[in-house]
Design a binder for this molecule. Sequence first.
Ligand SMILES: *[C@@H]1O[C@H](CO)[C@@H](O)[C@H](O)[C@H]1NC(C)=O
Length: 360
Amino acid sequence: MNFLPSGISFVLSLFICWFTSRVGSSWWYMGRPTLGSQVMCDNIPGLVNKQRQLCHQHPNMMQSIGVGITEWIRECQHQFQHHRWNCNTMARDHTLFGRVLLRSSREAAFVYAISSAGVVYSLTRACSQGELESCSCDPKKKGSSRDSKGTFDWGGCSDNIDYGIQFAQAFVDARERKERDARALMNLHNNRAGRKAVKRFLKLECKCHGVSGSCTVRTCWLAMADFRKTGDYLRRKYNGAIQVVMNQYGTGFTVAYKKFKKPTKNDLVYFENSPDYCIRDHEAGSLGTAGRICNLTSRGVDSCEVMCCGRGYDTASVSRMTQCECKFHWCCAVHCKDCHEVVDVQTCKALKNTDWLDQT
Ligand SMILES: *[C@@H]1O[C@H](CO)[C@@H](O)[C@H](O)[C@H]1NC(C)=O
C-alpha cells in the first residue's frame, strides 16, 4: 500500500479497522490476563450492546467465560500444533487471532466452533462447582430412570449443560444476530455445531451400592467428558468441513460443489479456500512458517517438506536434559540420573528475498 497517497491509505486503514472489529468477535479478548479478575464490561472492546448488558448482569459468568478462553485456545493450539496454521494468537491484538479469521475459511469455522464450545464447557462446569448464583446442578435429573443396565436413581450432581448452552447461545451469538449477512450465518452455524459438540460427550457415571458392591442400587449422574474429546471431535469436523455458498434466497447454505454432501447441524461450514499459510502475509493474516520446527522423518503435515513449503530447513543441535539410568529400589522408589542429550532440531528456512522477486 506504500504507493497509495497517504489520505487514501488512511481511509483504507479506517475501513480495515472497522471491518476487523466487525468480524473480530471481540468477546475473545476477555481472556486476556491484562483484564485481571475484575471484569470491566465497558472496557472490553467490541462487545455488542446485548453482550455488554449480559456482562453487567452476570459478572461471575464473564469470569468463567474468561477462564474458558485460555482453555479453548490451548485446545485449539494442541489440535493444530503440527500444522502450518497453528492457532497462534497475536499479542496486543484485540481480535486475538489477527486478520486470519477475516477470511471465511475452514480455520475460521473451527475457531468459532471451538470458542463457542469452550463457553458452554466453562459455564456448565462453573454451574456444577457452585460458582454461579444463577445456576447449579441439573434440577431435572431427579427421581429414577433407566439405561441399558436397568434402573438407577439420579444422584450427585449432573452437569447442567442445557443452561450452559442457552447462555452461551445468548452471549456468543449476540453479535451475529445483529448482522445477518452471509458471514454472520456461517458463524451462527459453526457456533451451534460447537455447542452441540460438547453435549455429545456427556456421559452417565454411576456408583454402586448394595451388599458387598453387588450393585443392586445404582446412583448416577451426567458428567461432561474432558474438553479434549470435544477438541478431537471438532478437529475431525474441521477435516471434513463443507464448503458452501448462500442459497438464492439468502436464507441458508447449499454446497459449493455438487459432489459434497449437504451439511448437517453438526458439520462445520466455510465459504473461502484457505491461504497456504506458507509465507508471512499481513493482509491474509498469515504468519508464515519460517522458524517453525518440522519433523524430518514424518510424511504428514508436520514433515519438513510440507511445513517449510519446499523452502528447506536449518538443522541445529540442541542439548536437553532427560532422565536416564533409572533404577528400581526395593520398595518402592525409582531413582534416575539427569543426562544431557543432544538432539537435532529442524526449523524451516525463511523465504529468500530473491525467491520473492522470482515469484512476483
Ligand atoms: C516425527 O515423525 C515420526 C513419524 O511420524 C514420529 O514417530 C516421531 O515421533 C516424530 N518426532 C517428533 C519429535 O515429533
